[in-house]
Design a binder for this molecule. Structure first.
Ligand code: GP9
Ligand code: MN
Length: 421
């Protein structure tokens, strides 16, 4: 009930991390573009297969001027996979321990990024080459205050361009451009790719790098679909540069979750050149987070963080104060950012300890360590964070609290009906 909301507010207030004044508002008034890198794990960055870079474009982006590459950034998804990643990035609330928020709680009250920005004059749109009902997106997006949803019905879904979950990434980006151009600036836009998805099928013509040779077919072709994604993203970036949007947009790239599950340890040991211990398996849960902020230096950021932290980080870059919002992550650039990263199952990682399945490990040596007071406190904090976030979602608690200056989202205002030409 609403008294739970008091606990939530107190917790969120206590863990609030104030923005670094050097980063706050650095991108005020700029567009924000998210590029969702389907199933993309961080180990792919700078990985060489048979002496060749797998993702040369994304690799180069990690040290381009004005881009921040977070190399200890973890996915925190559960059963909701892609939808959990989207949910965390839009709301800075955790996905649920079971099922997907988008499918089970789509009608809840949220105070999501597209609406927060909408109030500051931003248009908003999501682009995706699958049909709108997948993951119940068409219902959930209304609750997030997303103005336009360009789903598969807007694209040319001819059989040569469709594979696995929908429109292949190259035609997807290409066909998105005319629709993208209709947005009014400043805008929020999200492009959800899908070609790099299990079991990683790819045609001969689309494969521009050979497969790995572990003998595990999905692991082997993962490198080929990742390369395809890299090329698709590069051509979209070329468009952003040539149109001038690149200099007026924060661009966020993120991997949503692992691509290779723990059922493929034998093959992954060959890929990584080391046995996949629990600590190695946890490190494989790193996904890239790359944020381009025009007019800044950029750099490689080593602090630990997770998907829950993206929203406050981005809002602060855009000059939006988050103090009054119920967000369970903290700004990655803040001196007060907590580096304890909860996984959805209650495990957690930090630079000091990996807590995995009831055991505690030194992250550098992989050796188990005794549970000390610090670990106890981290553990308590992680459990509290997850369970309070769950209370918000299960109890639909945001209906009892409206942040200062925020107009509650009216789902009735949105519909994504579209009759294809
Ligand atoms: C499909 C896509 C895949 O629309 O977003 O979702 P996933 O299977 O990765 O959760
Ligand atoms: Mn996914």
């Amino acid at each position: 009930d609403s008294s739970d909301m008091t606990d939530v507010r107190n917790f969120v207030k206590a863990q609030y991390a104030k923005p670094d004044p050097k980063m706050f508002g650095k991108a005020k008034g700029m567009n924000i573009i998210y590029i969702h890198l389907e199933s993309f794990q961080n180990f792919l960055i700078n990985y060489k297969l048979n002496g060749q870079e797998v993702t040369p474009y994304l690799n180069s982006l990690t040290h381009e001027k004005g881009t921040y590459y977070f190399d200890h950034f973890f996915h925190q998804t559960g059963q909701g996979k892609t939808s959990d990643a989207e949910f965390m990035l839009e709301n800075s609330l955790f996905g649920l321990p079971q099922g997907s928020v988008l499918t089970t709680k789509a009608q809840n009250t949220f105070q999501s990024q597209p609406a927060i920005l909408g109030e500051r004059g931003y248009d908003s749109a999501v682009f995706h080459g699958n049909y709108k009902t997948f993951w119940n997106r068409d219902e959930a997006y209304k609750s997030f205050g997303i103005n336009h949803f360009f789903d598969a019905s807007w694209y040319n879904m001819n059989s040569k361009d469709v594979l696995n979950y929908g429109l292949k990434d190259k035609p997807f980006f290409k066909e998105s451009i005319p629709m993208f151009k209709t947005l009014k600036q400043p805008f929020y836009a999200k492009f959800i790719t899908l070609s790099n998805h299990f079991p990683y099928p790819i045609s001969k013509e689309d494969a521009t790098i050979g497969p790995a040779t572990t003998g595990d077919s999905s692991v082997d072709s993962y490198f080929q679909t990742a390369r395809y994604l890299d090329e698709a993203v590069k051509s979209f970036m070329d468009y952003l540069k040539q149109s001038g949007l690149y200099n007026h947009s924060v661009i966020v790239f993120y991997g949503d979750h692992y691509g290779i599950s723990e059922n493929h340890k034998t093959a992954m040991a060959k890929i990584m050149g080391t046995e996949i211990t629990p600590v190695e398996e946890a490190k494989l849960q790193e996904v890239p987070l790359i944020i381009h902020v025009p007019g800044t230096k950029g750099g490689i950021e080593h602090q630990y963080g997770g998907e829950i932290d993206v929203l406050p980080t981005v809002l602060h870059l855009l000059g939006v104060d988050t103090k009054d919002y119920i967000q369970f992550g903290t700004d990655l650039f803040s001196k007060q950012h907590s580096q304890v990263v909860p996984f959805r199952n209650g495990d957690f990682v930090s630079p000091d300890v990996y807590s995995l399945n009831g055991k505690y490990y030194n992250p550098d040596t992989g050796v188990t360590i005794p549970k000390d007071l610090e670990i106890k406190n981290d553990e308590k904090m992680v459990q509290e964070r997850l369970s309070l976030s769950d209370k918000v979602v299960y109890g639909d608690l945001l209906r009892f609290y409206t942040p200062k200056g925020f107009t509650p989202i009216n789902r009735e205002k949105y519909n994504y009906n579209h009759i294809p030409q």
